[in-house]
Design a protein around this ligand. Structure first.
Ligand code: HEC
Length: 142
């Protein structure tokens, strides 16, 4: 039984962002209520590759990672436990700014990937469109 559990864990996809991402990722959007993700309070961080692109609204380089932390709907300071993450990783070089050039994940509090590249992620983010709200697949104004 132990082997079964271990083997299943080995086959599972890994989160696209490291466990200690807060050591290197920077906050690009501070704690506030999400307009869309189940009315959770959220905080958005970008890795060093994606930071300037998120802040300056320039094209994201390949490898850029953007992570959204979701907190309880009563946690207005984003100070308590993280309920789940959504993340997006830029797969292609700048120039093609469609939502398909990102890899999408939803990751639960135990860092299990529970959703990957699902149509609802791509569909909703595609509708964010261009400025002021949408930028290269992202949906928030920094
Ligand atoms: C109903 C529309 C909707 C759906 C579905 C949705 N998102 Fe979002 N997403 C948003 C909006 C709006 C934001 C901007 C911040 C906010 O208000 O939550 C956002 C923000 C994000 C961010 C932070 C970067 C940014 O500024 O856009 C990530 C990462 C993200 N979503 C990933 C995902 C993933 C992964 C899925 C699927 C599991 C998903 N989203 C599904 C609307 C949506």
């Amino acid at each position: 039984m132990a082997c079964l559990a271990a083997c299943a864990a080995d086959d599972a996809p890994a989160p696209d962002f490291p466990r200690d991402y807060t050591a290197t990722f920077a906050e690009v959007r501070d704690c506030r209520r999400s307009g869309d993700h189940d009315l959770h309070f959220i905080r958005i961080l970008a890795d060093p590759v994606g930071l300037a692109a998120y802040r300056d609204r320039t094209a994201f380089p390949a490898g850029a990672i953007v992570v959204k932390e979701e907190y309880d709907f009563t946690d207005g300071a984003c100070a308590g436990a993280i309920l789940q993450w959504t993340s997006m990783v830029k797969l292609a070089e700048p120039g093609d700014d469609t939502v398909r050039t990102w890899h999408w994940q939803r990751v639960d509090a135990a860092r299990t990937v529970v959703e990957e590249d699902t149509p609802r992620c791509l569909g909703c983010h595609a509708q964010c469109g261009g400025p002021p709200d949408g930028h290269d697949g992202t949906c928030a104004t920094p």
